[in-house]
Ligand binder design. Structure first.
Ligand code: FAD
Ligand code: SF4
Length: 280
């Protein structure tokens, strides 16, 4: 891990999740990222999981792992069992008729909100991909999770200087308090001038094939008073195209309320407690 000339941070792809979350530079300058990482998996898993590996983890859709069932992501063209099956954990935004899987990472949701960049390298040289452009929507090619080419590897993640150290929250709603993937998660960060929102960041996890960030919604928040009305307006705008299925329609309202709660906590500078931080 090293500081960049621009005041940001470059994190090597092999840095373990625990080392990243507890690193003083991350804990002090990017606490939302530390929070998101510590909300994921278990202490033992975080000790082993790498930065690059977390980005490339695959969906937790049960049909993807059940080789007795059709799955377009596993076997392109075979069909999607989740469309009419048990789809409680599945996506409500950016879905297609080919796949409604979600990306399960917590870390990536915070990285999206922080406008991180993924550094990759391959035979054609190095390139940088914005985190929000790294993962893909399913479209007609759900077998492709990311825009990483088959002959490329991730070498690092770069964070810009702005870390939103004061007004931030990573809120993860899940079936159990620990060791469970997000039904919905929210990375919310604000820069305030008095009560006025100067800058806003908002990304959702557990709701789409990629961390869901909408720059238009963040623009709606800019210049507003940091109050419930503005947060509700932003939540409605963020979820405007959400589509529920037989078992996951509850996620739409859950996400709406989670956004309002996360923005409220961020505005009050009262982020979620990081209880798992003590368990290492
Ligand atoms: C039971 C369980 C619960 C979990 N819960 C959560 C959770 O709640 N939230 C959360 O965010 N995560 C969760 N995780 C994910 C976990 O934190 C790891 O990130 C994930 O399992 C990937 O493991 P890894 O880092 O060892 O990657 P690996 O398994 O080593 O890698 C994953 C894939 O990426 C490839 N790869 C790795 N590094 C690179 C690179 N630099 N360039 C190119 N390709 C690369 C590997 O070849 C492999 O195909 C959970 C995992 C498990 C098993
Ligand atoms: S949602 Fe995606 S991963 Fe799950 S069965 Fe359908 S195609 Fe496969």
């Amino acid at each position: 891990m090293e500081e960049t000339a621009e005041g940001g941070l470059r994190i090597g792809a092999l840095v373990p999740n625990s080392d990243l979350a507890y690193h003083p530079l991350v804990a002090q300058r990017y606490p939302m990222l530390a929070s998101a990482i510590l909300a994921g998996a278990s202490a033992q898993l975080r000790n082993m999981a790498s930065t690059g590996g977390n980005l490339l983890q695959r969906t937790r859709c049960a049909y993807f792992y059940d080789t007795a069932t059709p799955c377009n992501k596993r076997t392109p063209g075979s069909g999607c069992s989740a469309l009419t099956g048990i789809n409680r954990i599945h996506a409500i935004l950016g879905t297609s008729d080919a796949c409604i899987a979600t990306h399960p990472s917590d870390m990536c949701v915070a990285l999206a909100a922080l406008a991180a960049t993924v550094h990759v390298t391959g035979p054609k040289g190095e390139r940088h991909i914005g985190l929000v452009d790294f993962h893909r929507l399913p479209g007609n090619t759900p077998e492709r999770d990311t825009n990483l080419a088959a002959d490329e590897i991730i070498t690092a993640i770069e964070l810009p200087a702005t870390g939103f150290v004061k007004n931030y929250t990573y809120l993860k709603i899940r079936d159990r308090l620990s060791y469970a993937f997000a039904l919905v998660s929210v990375a919310a960060a604000l820069e305030l001038e008095g009560d006025t929102i100067k800058e806003a960041r908002l990304a959702l996890g557990g709701v789409a094939h990629k961390p869901w960030r909408d720059l238009g919604v963040e623009a709606l928040l800019r210049g507003q008073t940091a109050k419930r009305e503005a947060f509700m307006h932003a939540a409605d705008a963020l979820l405007r195209d959400a589509k529920g299925r037989a078992h996951n329609a509850f996620k739409i309202d859950l996400a709406r309320r989670a956004v309002v709660r996360a923005l409220t906590q961020a505005a009050r500078a009262t982020p979620q407690s990081q209880s798992s931080k003590k368990v290492r």
